[in-house]
Design a protein around this ligand. Sequence first.
Ligand SMILES: Cc1cc2nc3c(=O)[nH]c(=O)nc-3n(C[C@H](O)[C@H](O)[C@H](O)COP(=O)(O)O)c2cc1C
Length: 160
Amino acid sequence: MSTTPVQHGDEPGANQAFPLLYNLVYCSKATAGVDKAAVDRIIDVSRRDNPERGITGLLVFGSGIFFQWLEGPRHNVTELMSKLKSDARHDGVVVFSENEEVRERLFPDWDMELVTTDDIRDVLSDALDTAEDPHNVTALASLLEELDSGRLSGLGAAAS
Ligand SMILES: Cc1cc2nc3c(=O)[nH]c(=O)nc-3n(C[C@H](O)[C@H](O)[C@H](O)COP(=O)(O)O)c2cc1C
């Protein structure tokens, strides 16, 4: 009995079908007054505009900190990032990693998924565990230190 192999884009060996993806990960601090409703508005705009730019990703918001994973074509991601850096709803943007490679998307179905967590500490310490770039290790360690000091707790905390 023979079966006809069907090549799906997410199967090993189908790499040629994967796009050249630019991936950027950063953290920032929400500015005063940025609450869950403001974050919901960011998500609405992202879901409206990201699909036409081929951008997918994940936005974590917790304890006054944003953590965003962006993936898509290089030009579109860097263009969005320069817009993001001047967005008054956050500051202290620290870029953890930027790279470009041919691979499948990590979050193909997420135009921008909001992950609200009171325990962003886990997200940051997992990132610290796997960080290789010394700049990222330092940046993550200082964010964790700031988080532990309690200085961030009053900023933009998600409404519970
Ligand atoms: C933490 C954070 C994440 C954001 N993520 C996105 C995003 O993924 N896509 C997007 O279009 N806008 C995002 N925005 C909003 C943009 O900064 C900008 O307000 C939006 O793209 C509308 O820009 P425009 O007024 O020039 O059209 C984000 C803003 C913040 C503060």
